[in-house]
Design a protein around this ligand. Sequence first.
Ligand code: GDP
Length: 442
Amino acid sequence: MHATDTIAAIATAPGTGAISMIRMSGPQAAAILAACGGPAHPRPRHAGFTRLRDAQGRVIDETVCIYYAAPGGFTGEDLVEICCHGGMLVTRRVLERLLECGARPAEPGEFTRRAFENGKLDLTQAEAVMDVISAGSDLALRAAQSQLQGAIGSRVAQAADKLIGIAAHVEAYIDFPEEDISPDTGESLVRGLDEISAALRELLATADEGRLLREGVRTAIIGAPNVGKSSLLNMLLGYERAIVSPTAGTTRDTIEESVSLGGFRLRLTDTAGLHESDDAIERAGMERSRRAGAEADLVLEVQDATLPRRPGLPVQPGARRLLLLNKCDLPEHADWQGVPALRISCATGAGRQELEQAVAALFLHDTGERDTPAAINTRHRHALQQAVDALAAARASLLAGDSPELTDVELREALDALGAITGRIDTEDILTRVFSTFCLGK
Ligand code: GDP
């Protein structure tokens, strides 16, 4: 696919900074740059000092321009990156000048879309571009980078490749109906389908960690009034976000904040003290905190080390829980002797490191501490599930000895689902495979 128009947009965030970058991609990119005062024949992949000029020849800005000749740049087209001074007005003027000279404003995501359409990225890699930008923790960033390198796309492509081989077999029988699928062949096709299903299920199993990495770990801080829940939130955030007071019931509402801890982004909810109250507002706050606890991936249960042990609060079965014994700077109540808990002090900051290690230990086994974690997103999960279901139906149809046409419908459905993940798999590949790799000799 080759676009005929040339697009331009400001690539850096709006606001004032030292430098802004404007990107322009398409067949006229070099000509438009030349029309604004750039060199007539820019040297590819070289940073060149360029005075960009308006229609009257006045300098808009002194810039550094880099030209990538097609298909070498990010989009696979002629691409120009213009670094100008980082003021809002000057940046806008540079863009306006490019538009005056024939570029059109790019739509959101259009550079990456062109990269996809020109075969520079598959869809999973295009999605990873946004994941890299929005990564909120080290692990999320590593997972996004590995997806950008093709970790997910290549696993799906491998599965699809095997599946095309099987579909080619089945379609060969459709084209030559006098041949039945022999029991031997049928068995090896079923084995092949099972291998593909297993590989897809392995990817599907990363859906949860994908959500934890992309969206953060929903974390609820729960405990009785005055045990130090707000103080814990403040200690983790490193500043006074929640109001801390010695009067019970000060935190009436839930507060949400994000903090990076143990490689993960925790989405922390400080909750109203869970105790009975007649105060309507406070009751509403407590109801929200119960809900936050019920929906959480991680529950941090805070107890006061100086007081007798209180019964633990009910927690959602799937959630992980850490018991934090706060105020360990003060003498500990006898109830707590020998009780395994993380002893912390929000007053002195003691125990923060241990808490960080405990969180990492709780969630790292999901991500397997692999160097290159590959974790799918919701769209991938949906398509993978469709593929796995269609493969199960194809398997059943093969075992039942259905006509090859019926099996083929399921196989194609599975292939379509896999194709939707990478945006790359054309089911017409099957025909090519039938005729290129089969010596039918008939
Ligand atoms: P919450 O009601 O559970 O949110 O509790 P707060 O965070 O408002 O804390 C209640 C009281 O305990 C405040 O007076 C805090 O200063 C005090 N407090 C919190 N953490 C500690 C701690 O680690 N050590 C001591 N000595 N006091 C603490």
